[in-house]
Design a protein around this ligand. Structure first.
Ligand code: SF4
Length: 349
């Protein structure tokens, strides 16, 4: 299938299953042209996890007293809907071990939003997949660090992790969920046959691959040697040309070439209510416990580097951004406050 056909098929599935959400989503292009932010909101509801992965970013967030609750999420969902936003992603931690996962999903009002969940797949039995679908989940992003079983298991510090992730993909597909294989690509593992084999596997099974390039944050804080270079980026672009299912969020999609989508296309909320411009930039631009989402988006849109078009991923590829801003987060309790990261001249006047 070519990229346009893949996108059309996804939209048609949504139109049939959640027509009200489809009506919101098809307005994104027009909103984008008018400069109206329509971010997918990724919510790390809890950092509880059953694995200890080498590249984990969650462990670096400083503990705070107040944590997200379902009533906080209901309030967030109401405001997001009133702003015309249409997509949530539940992440963590590992959502499938959240005791109140059903309450979390319901609080987000899945009939009003396209719902995704990021999981390592460990506990995604056939029954669990069917349950998630019945709760209103649309898509699962299942992590696979390497198409080589041994390497994935080593990275996850778990001997059965690869097989469980594989089983999870097919359980999700059988339950009617869209499946995204989420893989982290470093300079060291980028230009390999194994990534191409993963793309072939995904294409054959109607999955897509979300390529997450490595960031020098979390367990890799300050380790710039893991970052991809221009040749790696070119390799990924060519792999995408050959296998359209292999995707990066900086690649054009659905008729839009947005580049890096910080604030306008993505926002992340930590377990402690802090909002960051993306999962991988640990700089808070506000807290949902203290102010409205609209205010926070407005602040994010007033920061130049998040408003100017960038074909590069700011957090993992743009060396200027990494050296100037990401480096300010190193060795600090995370996320740092926006005033620690940005000066007067970083704001649009
Ligand atoms: S910084 Fe990178 S991961 Fe974050 S929104 Fe931009 S392109 Fe995506």
């Amino acid at each position: 299938m070519q990229e346009k056909e893949i996108e059309d098929a996804k939209r048609e599935k949504l139109r049939q299953e959640k027509p009200a959400v489809y009506d919101k989503i098809i307005k994104i292009i027009e909103r984008h042209q008018k400069g109206i932010a329509t971010p997918i909101i990724d919510i790390a509801y809890s950092y509880a996890c059953n694995l200890k992965c080498q590249h984990c970013t969650a462990a670096r967030f400083a503990k705070k007293g107040r944590k997200l609750t379902p009533p906080d999420l209901k309030k967030l969902s109401d405001e997001a809907h009133s702003l015309g936003l249409c997509q949530f992603c539940i992440s963590g931690g590992e959502p499938l071990i959240f005791e109140d996962l059903d309450g979390v999903i319901l609080a987000l009002q899945p009939h009003k939003f396209h719902m995704t969940m990021s999981t390592n797949g460990h506990f995604l039995s056939k029954k669990a997949a069917r349950h998630l679908k019945a709760m209103g989940m649309d898509k699962l992003k299942i992590s696979l660090d390497d198409f080589d079983e041994k390497r994935h298991n080593e990275n996850r510090n778990s001997s059965g992790a690869y097989q469980k992730a594989m089983d999870a993909m097919f359980n999700a597909k059988k339950a009617g969920l869209s499946v995204v294989v989420q893989t982290v690509v470093t300079h060291q593992n980028c230009q390999t046959d194994r990534l191409i084999q993963m793309a072939e596997f995904a294409q054959k099974n109607d999955f897509t691959i979300d390529v997450l390039i490595a960031r020098a944050t979390g367990a890799w804080e300050g380790k710039h040697e893991v970052l991809i270079d221009k040749e790696d980026a070119e390799f990924l672009r060519k792999a995408h040309d050959q296998y359209p299912v292999l995707h990066r969020d900086t690649f054009p999609s659905y008729g839009m070439n947005k580049g890096c989508g910080c604030v306008d296309s993505t926002l992340h909320i930590t377990q402690y209510g802090d909002v960051t411009p993306c999962v991988y930039i640990p700089i808070s631009i506000g807290s949902i416990f203290k102010e409205s989402l609209a205010n926070i988006i407005k602040r994010g849109q007033s920061i130049k580097c998040f408003q100017e078009y960038s074909s590069l991923c700011l957090s993992g590829e743009d060396r200027n951004f990494i050296n100037k801003y990401m480096s300010k987060t190193y060795r600090k309790p995370l996320p740092i406050h926006w005033t620690e990261a940005f000066d007067k001249e970083d704001f649009i006047r």
